[in-house]
Unconditional design. Structure first.
Length: 238
């Protein structure tokens, strides 16, 4: 599955402002041509998200032991949004990505929220990035699926208008362990208002989350159209 469809858009990351967390969406890729506040005296110091420990150059910082492993039942806090090739992407000071190297944005926290952000970011970039080949090599699990996708992707021109790009609109976790996370990502297409669900799996490998593709190179085992966000957590940057 892929979170977006190629189309004509700005090729650089640029900051975007949003009023209230709204959804964005993923689309299928080319592969087929977290205590209530109590009054205290004196006031308690504000809670500050744990900061990842420093890492050696090139290595991802370790996820703090205090980082929450709870599934995010509400839109994640501490999120900023940028637009990448027309698609809004979330990023977090706590959950990553902590390393940005050209089109490869990597080093996400080993948490449900880190997996969620990684799922959308990688699924977007491995399709739309000018340097998609590097994204695939570094952020997609090796195997038949990666090989099949790379072969198909070479034949796709993302500059072509294929009906618009999906923006993230909502999410739901199908399953999560510190090793494998499967997330349902809902994309909304502005031109039609249609909602599409992609089931994306990321695997913890080599100290970071990596996308796992289907044997045929697709991102999702199935694409499902829905008429509402019932059962999902609404979330998006545009």
């Amino acid at each position: 599955m892929v979170l977006l469809r190629p189309g004509r858009e700005d090729t650089a990351d640029r900051p975007v402002r949003h009023a209230s967390p709204r959804p964005a969406v993923l689309t299928a890729p080319p592969p087929s041509p977290s205590a209530p506040a109590w009054a205290v005296t004196p006031p308690a110091a504000p809670s500050v998200p744990p900061t990842p420990a420093a890492a050696a150059p090139g290595h991802c910082p370790a996820t703090p032991a205090t980082a929450s492993q709870d599934l995010p039942a509400q839109p994640p806090a501490d999120i900023t949004w940028t637009v990448f090739h027309g698609v809004a992407e979330p990023a977090s000071r706590e959950h990553g990505p902590h390393r940005k190297e050209a089109d490869v944005h990597r080093c996400f926290s080993r948490t449900p929220t880190g997996a969620l952000i990684a799922a959308w970011q990688i699924a977007t970039r491995f399709v739309l990035a000018d340097g998609w080949r590097r994204v695939v090599d570094e952020q997609v699990m090796p195997g038949p699926g990666r090989d099949a996708y790379a072969e198909q992707r070479r034949q796709v021109n993302t500059g072509e208008d294929t009906g618009g790009k999906g923006q993230l609109a909502a999410y739901a976790f199908a399953s999560y362990t510190p090793d494998v996370a499967t997330v349902q990502l809902v994309s909304r297409f502005a031109a039609t208002g249609h909602l599409q669900v992609n089931t994306v799996t990321v695997v913890w490998s080599g100290g970071d989350w990596r996308l796992r593709l289907q044997p045929d190179g697709s991102i999702s085992p199935s694409l499902q159209a829905v008429t509402s966000l019932a059962g999902f957590v609404p979330w998006g940057g545009v």
